[in-house]
Write a protein that binds this ligand. Structure first.
Ligand code: PAF
Length: 284
């Protein structure tokens, strides 16, 4: 496995890589969800590359950039074991030179949910992902469905800017009790970890209501809130049932929808999402 630190090194290795290339962009501290992205990329492409970069630009001033978990040696060992061919691990100065002053902003889609809760977050995500796509030039990019808005925002950027790559969404990987794997789960204390289970239960409540025929989005949102309210350790930031594409809040569900939520548990902020009525809904 090649470990590449500079853009010229990536460009040189990329020239040698004939055939299709699938990219898994990450911020490291790998978990089972990342490994599912790697498997999907490896299975469908001649080459599987990954990136590890904790992108300061997508963290707000009071967010967890400094405490975001990091373990590069472990990440590299896991990538190697999984059959990744090359990993790009840039320094911050490589991605953002002192003169850096160009940003990618996807409008509208970023106004709500995570975009509203974390001003500037998606600008950081789209800017870094656009740069990574320009640097690596992959045929396909693998992103998890848990970060549902991120997936839609990046897809919008790729379409709008005619970036020649295909975004491939990959199913969320969950712990046995349903909690979505996330690098941030490592910060949960035992009681918080237990409480975090309510996130998936809330999404399931929406899913079950939907499968039973409920199409009133307020009823589904209330069902989610009722589940979350049972957990005193949870501080709910938002609960949403929105149009699957535009992410606009729905009154009545007549098209594929996305149920999503964000909550704080102690100092950890977690998000999760489930699609309602689309091909990838587990029970539709
Ligand atoms: O989902 C992530 O880990 C990050 O937001 C991404 C896509 C690697 C951009 O920094």
């Amino acid at each position: 496995m090649q470990i590449l630190h500079t853009i010229p090194a990536v460009r040189a290795a990329r020239q040698e890589a004939r055939g299709s290339l699938g990219l898994v962009p990450t911020m490291g501290y790998l978990h089972a969800g990342h490994m599912a992205l790697v498997r999907a990329a490896r299975d469908a492409n001649d080459h599987c590359w990954a990136t590890v970069f904790v992108n300061s630009l997508q963290f707000g001033q009071n967010e967890d950039f400094n405490t975001y978990p990091r373990d590069l040696p472990r990440d590299l060992a896991l990538f190697e074991e999984a059959g990744v061919d090359a990993v790009f691990v840039p320094e911050a100065e490589t991605m953002y030179t002192a003169e850096f002053s160009t940003y990618v902003d996807v409008e509208k889609l970023t106004d709500r949910l995570e975009g509203a809760a974390r001003p500037g977050h998606f600008r950081g995500v789209t800017t870094v992902v656009c740069k990574l796509l320009n640097i690596v030039q992959p045929h396909r990019v693998y992103l998890g469905r848990k970060d549902a808005q991120q997936l839609r925002v990046i897809r919008r950027m790729v379409r709008d800017l005619n970036i020649p790559t295909t975004i491939v969404p990959v199913e969320t990987v969950r712990e046995p009790d349903g909690l979505a794997h996330s690098s941030r789960n490592v910060h949960l204390k035992p009681a918080e970890r237990q409480a975090a289970n309510a996130l998936y239960q809330a999404l399931q409540a929406a899913q079950q209501g939907f499968v039973a025929g409920e199409r009133n989005a307020d009823v589904l949102r209330a069902a989610m809130r009722a589940v979350l309210a049972r957990e005193p350790l949870l501080d709910v930031e938002y609960v949403s049932v929105a149009d699957d594409e535009s992410l606009e809040a729905l009154t009545t569900i007549e098209r594929p929808a996305l149920a999503s939520l964000a909550a704080r548990i102690g100092t950890t902020r977690l998000i999760d999402a489930i699609e309602l009525g689309s091909d990838s809904s587990p029970s539709s």
